[in-house]
Design a protein around this ligand. Sequence first.
Ligand SMILES: Nc1nc2c(ncn2[C@@H]2O[C@H](COP(=O)(O)OP(=O)(O)O)[C@@H](O)[C@H]2O)c(=O)[nH]1
Ligand SMILES: [Mg+2]
Length: 197
Amino acid sequence: MTIKNAEFIAAAAKKNQYPPAGVPEIAFAGRSNVGKSSLINLLTGRRKLAKVSQSPGKTRTINFFNIDDTWRIVDLPGYGYAKVSKAESESWGKMMEDYLETRESLVSVVQLVDCRHEPTAQDVQMFEYLRYYDLARIVVATKADKLSKNELNKNLAMIRKSLNLTGDEKLLAVSALKKTGVDNLLDEIDLLLREND
Ligand SMILES: Nc1nc2c(ncn2[C@@H]2O[C@H](COP(=O)(O)OP(=O)(O)O)[C@@H](O)[C@H]2O)c(=O)[nH]1
Ligand SMILES: [Mg+2]
C-alpha cells in the first residue's frame, strides 16, 4: 500500500470533538519522544503533518488524519513524560480510555517502543491494556538507525521477551531518519484494513 494524500482533520481532547466515525482508524501510541510524529510523517510522506517535538510531552490531544479518504491515522497523546502533574496524567488516562474502549471505527493500535531500551513499565502496561481489550496490535521499534544490525536483533528479542509477545504478535523495526521499515508497516496496516473490510 502507498499513501497518496494525508491531511489533518481534528484534534480532540473530548469525545464530542472526535470527527464522525466512519472509515477505519489505525491509532499510534507510545512514550513521548519515541518517534511517533516522525513515523507518521514518514508514512504519509508529509514532513510536517504531525509536529516533531523539540520539547517532549506537548501533544495533549488525540489527532486525526485523513488518509486517502479511506482510512485514518490517529495520533494518541504520548505518555511517560516526567514533568506532568497528577491532573494531567489523569486526563491523559481518561482520554486514552475513552478512545480505546469506545471507538467503534478503531481497527488496530500500533505501539511504538524505542529499539535502544528495554520497554518501560508504562510500555508494558500499555501493551497489556491493548491485549486485555483484545485490540489488534502491532509493536514497532523506532530509531533503528541508532543500533548496529547485531544490536538491533538482540534488542528486538529483548523487546519480544519483555512485552511477552507471542509468535503471531508482530514486531517491526523502523527508522524515520533512514526511512527504513515503512513498507513493512504499511503492508501490515493494509492487511488489518482488509481483514476489517
Ligand atoms: N535517530 C533517529 N531519531 C529519531 C527518529 N525518529 C524520531 N527521532 C527523533 O526523536 C525525537 C522525538 O521525535 P518525535 O517524532 O517528535 O517523537 P514523538 O514525541 O513520539 O512524536 C526528535 O528529536 C526526532 O528527530 C529515528 O528514526 N531516528
Ligand atoms: Mg509527537
